[in-house]
Design a protein around this ligand. Structure first.
Ligand code: ZN
Length: 223
C-alpha cells in the first residue's frame, strides 16, 4: 500500500490526547493500523503529549469518550519496535472480501466487508451508519465513476479510502489514503472509473451542500 495522503499533525495530537470525537477517532485508528508513517507520527505526538501533561492542566475526557476510545483501541496492533516502516505485504489489507480493520471489527462485531448491511441512498450510492454517538460516522460505497454533490464541511471530517478511490480538487485518493479536511474545504469527490469506492468517514459536524439539487438531495442521501 502506497499511502500518499496522511493525517495532519493537529489531528494526531488530538487523538493522542483523547480529545477527538469517537467518530473521528475510529477513522484515525483504522488509518494508523495500515499506515506506518502515521503510527510513527502518533508515537511522537504521544511522547510530546506526555511531556505537556506534566506541565499543563488538561481538560478531562468525558466518560463516554473514554469508553468508546478504550473499546476501539482494545486490539490495536502492537507499536512497531523498528523505526523502519513494515513492508507493504505485512500491512493489513483493506480490500472488500477480506478482513475489516480491527477497530471496525471491534465496533461492529463482524469480520468481513461482505457482512456489512448496506442501505441504498441513491442510484449507485450506499451507506452503512456506524453506531457511534460522538460525532457522525458511516461507510459509503460509491459506484464507479459516480460523483458526490459539491459540499463543504461545517467542521472537521476524516475520510479513509478502503477500496477503489476518488479524485477531487485536492488530488487522487487511493486505498489507505486519508482526507483530513477542515470546514474551509469545498470539494466534489468522483469515484474512479474502474471500481466502486468504499470509504469510511468520521466527522464532528454535518456536511453543507451547495446548490439547489444538492439541497434537494441532502435529505434523500441522509448525509
Ligand atoms: Zn498515514
Amino acid at each position: 500500500m502506497n499511502v500518499e495522503h496522511h493525517l495532519q499533525a493537529e489531528t494526531l495530537a488530538a487523538y493522542a490526547a483523547g480529545s477527538l470525537p469517537a467518530a473521528m477517532a475510529l477513522v484515525v485508528a483504522c488509518h494508523t493500523e495500515a499506515c506506518a508513517h502515521c503510527r510513527n507520527e502518533l508515537r511522537h505526538a504521544e511522547a510530546l503529549g506526555g511531556q505537556m501533561l506534566e506541565r499543563l492542566p488538561v481538560k478531562p475526557v468525558s466518560t463516554s469518550a473514554r469508553q468508546a476510545m478504550l473499546s476501539m483501541l482494545d486490539n490495536q496492533p502492537e507499536p512497531a519496535t523498528s523505526p523502519r516502516p513494515a513492508p507493504a505485504a505485512q500491512q493489513a489489507p483493506l480490500n472488500e472480501g477480506v478482513l475489516l480493520p480491527r477497530a471496525l471489527k471491534n465496533l461492529l462485531q463482524i469480520d468481513h466487508y461482505n457482512q456489512l448491511k448496506w442501505r441504498k441512498l441513491a442510484p449507485g450510492i450506499e451507506k452503512v451508519e456506524l453506531p457511534l454517538t460522538e460525532g457522525r460516522s458511516f461507510m459509503l460505497r460509491i459506484g464507479a465513476g459516480l460523483a458526490m454533490p459539491v459540499h463543504t464541511h461545517k467542521a472537521s471530517e476524516l475520510t479513509l479510502i478502503m477500496q477503489g478511490g476518488y479524485h477531487d480538487a485536492l488530488g487522487s485518493f487511493n486505498v489507505g489514503d486519508i482526507a483530513d479536511l477542515d470546514g474551509s474545504v469545498e470539494h466534489q469527490p468522483v469515484a474512479f472509473d474502474d471500481e466502486p469506492c468504499i470509504c469510511l468517514a468520521g466527522m464532528d459536524g454535518g456536511l453543507k451542500f451547495r446548490g439547489l439539487i444538492p439541497t434537494l438531495m441532502k435529505p434523500f442521501i441522509g448525509l
